[in-house]
Design a protein around this ligand. Structure first.
Ligand code: SAH
Length: 240
C-alpha cells in the first residue's frame, strides 16, 4: 500500500494512492495516461484560444505529472505553477521539466484551498482539468479556483458528464471494453452534469462563458472538440 497520508478535508486518500501507484507512467504515452496525452493538444488550444497564455501567470490545479502544466509553460506562459496532492506525481513532473529544460514552471504539494488563502487573486489563468470527479467536495475546489484567479483572469474546468451515455462510454467503454484507463479509475456517481458545474461556478462567482465537448471516436482513435457535452467536456469561466 502507498504510505502517503492525508488528514486534510476534501482529499480522497484512495484517489491519491491510485494516482501515486501509476506516477512513474505519467510521461509514457502508451500507458494508462495515454488519453490525457491524446487530449492535451485539444485542451491546450482551447485554453490558449480563450486566455492567450503568452506572458500569463498560470496555476494548474491537480496537475499530476505535468502533462498540461508543461505544455502551457512551453507555449509561452510567463510562469506556471502546478499543484497536486500526490507527491510522487510532483516528483515525476519536476524531473520531466528538468529534462526538458523548462524553467518557467514550479510544482507544489499544497491543497488548492490553502493556496487560495496564501495567494488570493494571483493568477491570470487557473486550470483544473479532470480533477473535480476525483474529490469529495468539488464545489470547494471551484470556490478556491475562483479565489485564486485575478478579477480579469480566466478559469478552466474539465470533467465527465453524468448520464447513461457517459456510464457506457467512460466506464464500460473506456475501462472495460477498450481498456483505455484502468478499471476503477472513475466512479460514475462523482461525474458532474454541465448544469451542476455551471451552478457551482455561479455560486463561486464565476460565469461560464463557453463549454465544449471532447468526443472520442473508437474507430479512428481520435478525440475532437465539438458541441456534444454528453461525456467528456470542458468549460471556460470568467469572474462575475
Ligand atoms: N489535471 C491533470 C491530471 C488529471 S488526473 C491532467 O488533466 O493531465 C487527476 C489528478 O488529480 C491526479 O494527479 C490526482 O493526484 C489529483 N488529485 C486528486 N485529488 C486531488 C485533490 N484533492 N487536490 C489536488 N489534486 C488532486
Amino acid at each position: 500500500m502507498n504510505t502517503e497520508t492525508h488528514d486534510s478535508a476534501n482529499v480522497d486518500a484512495a484517489e491519491i494512492d491510485k494516482f501515486s501507484r501509476l506516477a512513474h507512467k505519467w510521461w509514457d504515452k502508451t500507458s494508462e495516461f495515454k488519453p490525457l496525452h491524446d487530449i492535451n493538444p485539444l485542451r491546450l488550444g482551447y485554453i490558449d484560444g480563450h486566455a492567450g497564455l503568452a506572458g500569463k501567470t498560470v496555476l494548474d490545479v491537480g496537475c499530476g505529472g505535468g502533462i498540461l502544466s508543461e505544455s502551457m509553460a512551453k507555449l509561452g506562459a510567463d510562469a506556471v505553477t502546478g499543484i497536486d496532492m500526490a507527491e510522487k506525481s510532483l516528483k515525476i513532473a519536476k524531473l520531466h521539466a528538468l529534462e526538458e529544460n523548462v524553467g518557467n514552471i514550479s510544482y507544489r504539494h499544497i491543497r488548492v484551498e490553502e493556496l487560495a488563502e496564501e495567494m488570493p487573486h494571483a493568477f491570470d489563468v487557473v486550470t483544473c482539468m479532470e480533477l473535480l470527479e476525483h474529490v469529495p467536495d468539488p464545489a470547494a475546489i471551484i470556490r478556491a479556483c475562483a479565489e485564486l484567479v485575478k478579477p480579469d483572469g480566466m478559469v478552466f474546468f474539465s470533467t465527465i458528464n453524468r448520464n447513461p451515455k457517459s456510464y457506457a462510454h467512460a466506464i464500460v467503454g473506456a475501462e472495460y471494453l477498450l481498456g483505455l484507463v484502468p478499471r476503477g479509475t472513475h466512479d460514475w456517481q462523482k461525474f458532474i452534469t454541465p448544469a451542476e458545474l455551471a451552478r457551482m461556478c455561479r455560486q463561486a462567482g464565476l460565469d461560464v462563458i463557453d463549454s465544449k465537448g471532447m468526443t472520442y471516436n473508437p474507430l479512428t482513435k481520435i478525440y475532437r472538440l465539438d458541441d456534444n457535452t454528453d461525456v467528456n467536456y470542458q468549460i471556460a469561466c470568467r469572474p462575475q
